[in-house]
Design a binder for this molecule. Sequence first.
Ligand SMILES: Nc1ncnc2c1ncn2[C@@H]1O[C@H](COP(=O)(O)OP(=O)(O)OP(=O)(O)O)[C@@H](O)[C@H]1O
Length: 583
Amino acid sequence: MKGYRYIRRLTGYRFWLFALTLPMPFIFYATRLIFGLVLQNFFNALAEQHQMTVTAWLWIAVLPLSALLRGGISQLLARAQVLHSFSIVGLQQRNLFMHILERPGTYARAAGETISYFRDDTQACRDLLSLLRTVLGQVFFAIVAFIILLRINAEITLLVFLPFLAIIAIIQSLKERLSRYRQVSRSATANLTGAIGEIFGAVQAIQVAGAERHILAHFDGLNQKRLAFMVKDAVLTSTTNALFSNTVDVGVGFILILLAVSQSMTRLGPGDIAIFVSYLGSMGDLVLFFGTLLAQFTQTQVSIERLTSLLRQAPQSKLVEHHPLYLQGTLPEFTVDNKAELQPLETLEVKGLSYRHPESGRGISQISLRLQAGSLTVITGRIGAGKTTLLQVLLGLLPKDAGSILWNAQPVLDPASFFVPPHSAYTPQVPHLFSESLQENILLGLPADAAALSSALQAAVLDEDLAQLPQGLATAIGTRGLKLSGGQAQRTAAARMLVRPADLLVFDDLSSTLDVHTEQLLWQRLLQQPGRSYLVVSHRRSLLQRADQILVLKEGCLEACGSLEHLLATSVEMQLLWQGKLD
Ligand SMILES: Nc1ncnc2c1ncn2[C@@H]1O[C@H](COP(=O)(O)OP(=O)(O)OP(=O)(O)O)[C@@H](O)[C@H]1O
């Protein structure tokens, strides 16, 4: 989606608020024009009469009135401006958040990067619109001021405007270099902070490898690079800022020099000089803001590209789709669809399911399966065969490229919202735990039902561990569950699943962190649960032996399917997996 279309669609959201904010800079700069005219008339009246006349007093009285007018109108419109800013930033944040929630499997970014998308990139358009509005007001001011000054003294006006043009030309010539220096210094900073993150995450590995000296040298090198780029960036930015801020003084100096050398200046009264100085001050704003506006155009384009790149196959206009936002007043009641009324699982059918990861071009192709209620289906295959991808596409965590999913012969149109309790529950390969108590991690907001909790703990083989934990269920498990062993973390995630009513339980390889005995006990207890069906990724022999059917995946395709006996007799891939000859 082109940047301007993105901005146009965004501006269309609550357009009346945007329209209300448009006159603000015009009113602001109109009062500055009035202020200059008042100054001119006041000083000229004073110079002509050599004393405070009624006219002079009148001109003085106009000053606070114009300030009051400006303040009053600004106050009225400021609310519209704040609401408009929050609306367009909030709309993008809401749409981005919804997109991630709909397809969590496609979103794999670090927390810091995510904050930068949500906080910085969604604000780029707001900043651009705000600058654009201000610069339009300033251009209006510049044109009117130029005409007024021309009428006072055309010769001087043209001469005084020369430094402005010169400075705009200098800024333009420096613009490309400014942006290059800024980009290089930002990326040097990102390299450094990225390295700090990696070093903290790998302290143990560094110590074990005795690589402290090498890492410090690397860190020092990154620091030196950043220092060099930052100094260049700071020197150039300060120089251009100095140019900006001294523009007005240069202009005033120019007038004074002309006053000393030119006859024509003698025709200027003190009020005329005052209006020149006053207007030049505001012209300085235009030079400053115009340069910033040009830079903001580029930054906004970059931000729009960054944001839309997160959408993958979804239409790019999704980020600027219009939806209600609740910025004021009480929030509407939160309702969850009551899926309990829907049919309990009888059969689950998958036909021709395909998905390719855009980054690697790999994934799954044309997978079909049929699963009966109350059965255990095991998906197996070598590393990278597509087992996780199949589960994620089925559950709607990744968007399917092709294929269909049928629940009791009815098509599932939106798997992401369908495959949740009470239809199904899922434990991923790496469970996500929070730095809360064990109980909160299992319940995740469900009302504490002691019987359901205790049954889930028992089924997940957590009951014995619980006795060892200092505060039992109230034990805080640390950031991402770090105080738990890998196996405990995985069984906590399993208990979270079991405490919820769900017909279909989907597990992605529990065996990686469980010893053979615990895993056997877990499956023994799980399979005793009434009314549940299981879809499980595993390569453990004990589970393959229990399975009603096994799907063997190879390079993203369904290689074979059937009972263990049948597969061992007919599938070479299954034979190799069974003998542990493949990883
Ligand atoms: N996020 C991703 N981006 C790009 N390619 C991916 C992504 N996730 C998986 N793949 C690729 O898709 C293929 C299938 O991966 P998948 O994780 O589904 O395999 P798997 O059978 O579950 O492997 P494992 O046994 O290691 O869990 C692999 O070639 C993998 O490299």
